[in-house]
Design a protein around this ligand. Structure first.
Ligand SMILES: Cc1cc2nc3c(=O)[nH]c(=O)nc-3n(C[C@H](O)[C@H](O)[C@H](O)COP(=O)(O)OP(=O)(O)OC[C@H]3O[C@@H](n4cnc5c(N)ncnc54)[C@H](O)[C@@H]3O)c2cc1C
Length: 294
C-alpha cells in the first residue's frame, strides 16, 4: 500500500512505525511542516496501562522511552494549606521533544520516509495518489475542515484560559495547586517529565483571567514559536511560593482555551482522521498523547 501521513506529531509517527512493521512493503511518507526538533510544550504523561500497550506493539519504542521516564505514583492536591494525597496510580512521563525524537528515529530505521519543514499536499491530492491518507494534523486539522460534511465535527471551546509552561522544579507527584488569589481561583497542574524539569500548566476561569489583568496582554501578535513573556513574568510572581526560586519558561506558550473535538465520523473515503484531529482529551487527565497513539 502507498500510505500518506499528514502531520509528524506522536499520533502520525507512531502510526507510521506500526504500519510499516505490519508490512515492510508499505510505502509510507510522513509530512511535517515543522523542523524535526521543533515542538511546543514540555512533558507528556502515560499510565502503566498505556505503556503496556506500547511495549506489546513495539518493544523497541518502549525500551527507548523507558530509559528516560520520570515515574511516580501519587496525586497531591494542595488546597488551603493542606495536601490530600491519592496513591498507587502508576504514572510515567517524558519530554515531548524526546518522545518525538524516539518516534522519528524508529520510523527512519524502519524505512518510513519523513519530510520535515514540508507543508503536506492537501488530503484530496494525496487521496488521488495513495491508497490511504492518515490525517494526524492536530487539533486544528485542515483535513477535518475540508471534509466537514462527512466528519461532522463538533468543536466546543471551553471557558477557562490556560498556558502550558515548564519549570526546573522537579515535582515528586502529579501536583494540583488550587490557589485562592484576590482575583479568584487559579490552578496549577504540575508533573515531572525527567530529572531536569516539570510541566507547569496555569489555568483559570476567563472572569478570573480578566480580573487578574491578563486580558490587557491579549490580542497581541506573536512571532512563530514566541511565548507571551509578559504573562509568564506575572505567573512567576503569582506562584513564587510554589516555585521556591525555580524558574518558569515558555515554549510557544500563550493563553488559549481548550477545545473539545468530537466527530460523527473519522473516515472520508480513503482519508482517516487520527489523534487530536479526530478527538481531544482535556490536559488535566494527561491523556491526549496516549489517545493519539492508542
Ligand atoms: C497544555 C497541554 C497539555 C497537554 N498535556 C498532555 C499530557 O500531559 N499528556 C498527554 O498525553 N497529552 C497532553 N496534551 C495533549 C497532546 O499534546 C496532544 O493530544 C497530542 O499532541 C496529540 O497528538 P497528535 O499527533 O494527534 O497531534 P499533534 O501533536 O498536534 O501533531 C500534529 C502535527 O501535525 C503537523 N501538521 C499539521 N498540519 C500539517 C500540514 N498541513 N502539513 C504538515 N504538517 C502538519 C503539526 O505541525 C504537528 O506537528 C496536552 C495538550 C496541551 C495543549
Amino acid at each position: 500500500m502507498r500510505i500518506a501521513v499528514i502531520g509528524g506529531g506522536p499520533g502520525g509517527l507512531y502510526f507510521a512505525a506500526l504500519a510499516k512493521q505490519l508490512d515492510p512493503m508499505h510505502e509510507i511518507v510522513v509530512w511535517e511542516r515543522n523542523a524535526a526538533d521543533d515542538t511546543f510544550g514540555f512533558g507528556v504523561v502515560f499510565s502503566d496501562e498505556t505503556l503496556g500497550g506500547i511495549e506489546h506493539a513495539d518493544p523497541a519504542i518502549y525500551e527507548a522511552m523507558a530509559c528516560t521516564f520520570a515515574r511516580w505514583d501519587d496525586i497531591d492536591v494542595h488546597y488551603r494549606g493542606e495536601v490530600v494525597t491519592s496513591g498507587g496510580h502508576g504514572f510515567a512521563a517524558m519530554s515531548r521533544r524526546r518522545l518525538l525524537q524516539i518516534l522519528q528515529e524508529r520510523c527512519m530505521a524502519l524505512g518510513v520516509t519523513l519530510h520535515f519543514q514540508n507543508q503536506a499536499p492537501s488530503a484530496g491530492e494525496l487521496a488521488a495518489t495513495h491508497d490511504l491518507v492518515v490525517a494526524a494534523d492536530g487539533v486544528n486539522s485542515a483535513t477535518r475542515t475540508e471534509y466537514a460534511e462527512t466528519f461532522r465535527p463538533a468543536l466546543d471551546a471551553r471557558r477557562c484560559k490556560f498556558m502550558w509552561l515548564g519549570t526546573d522544579l522537579v515535582f515528586d507527584a502529579f501536583k494540583f495547586y488550587i490557589a485562592e488569589t484576590p482575583d479568584g481561583v487559579m490552578q496549577i497542574h504540575g508533573y515531572p517529565y525527567d530529572a531536569t524539569g516539570s510541566t507547569f500548566i496555569v489555568e483559570m476561569n476567563t472572569a478570573v483571567w480578566k480580573r487578574a489583568g491578563f486580558d490587557a496582554l491579549a490580542g497581541r501578535e506573536f512571532a512563530p514559536g514566541a511565548s507571551d513573556d509578559e504573562s509568564i513574568e506575572r505567573v512567576r510572581t503569582l506562584f513564587a511560593g510554589i516555585l521556591g526560586g525555580h524558574s518558569v519558561v515558555g515554549n510557544n506558550s500563550r493563553w488559549i482555551n481548550f477545545t473539545t473535538v468530537r466527530c460523527a465520523s473519522w473516515r472520508h473515503r480513503n482519508i482517516v482522521l487520527l489523534g487530536d484531529a479526530a478527538h481531544t482529551a482535556h490536559f488535566s487527565i494527561g491523556s491526549g498523547t496516549k489517545l493519539a497513539m492508542e
